[in-house]
Design a protein around this ligand. Structure first.
Ligand SMILES: Cc1cc2nc3c(=O)[nH]c(=O)nc-3n(C[C@H](O)[C@H](O)[C@H](O)COP(=O)(O)OP(=O)(O)OC[C@H]3O[C@@H](n4cnc5c(N)ncnc54)[C@H](O)[C@@H]3O)c2cc1C
Length: 92
């Protein structure tokens, strides 16, 4: 096979190089031995941010009652929101 550019590795460095070269009109072949996207897409940036976000939601969920949000454990939730003052919830 004849090609202008052969990129080894489909992580952010590799796929950006391949994309830029292709945009310039070069014929490009990219070889990836594991999963396209490299560390960033498959293990690093994206999964860790997703995990951090899930942990944040879980942590906030533990304080939900403080904000008038209730979960019944069966996937249902309610938010009978009432304004709260320093001395407690205002009556409905
Ligand atoms: C936990 C964690 C969190 C991170 N969070 C961030 C973030 O928030 N922001 C940020 O900017 N960066 C973050 N990073 C860093 C980011 O993941 C890396 O900077 C980025 O992945 C580097 O890209 P790369 O293409 O140079 O290498 P890699 O992503 O490692 O990709 C290299 C690719 O080449 C392939 N390869 C290697 N040898 C061969 C071969 N001989 N033949 C075929 N394929 C081959 C590999 O399988 C791999 O897919 C994080 C990293 C980690 C570990």
């Amino acid at each position: 096979m004849k090609t202008d550019l052969f990129v080894i590795g489909g992580g952010p460095a590799g796929y950006n190089a391949a994309k830029r070269a292709a945009e310039q009109g070069m014929s490009v072949v990219l070889a990836e031995e594991r999963r396209l996207g490299g560390v960033c897409l498959n293990e690093g940036c994206i999964p860790t941010k997703s995990l951090l976000h899930a942990a944040k939601i879980f942590d906030q969920g533990k304080k939900a009652a403080d904000f008038g949000v209730a979960f019944d454990g069966g996937g249902r939730s309610s938010m009978p929101w009432r304004p709260r003052t320093r001395t407690g919830w205002l009556p409905p």
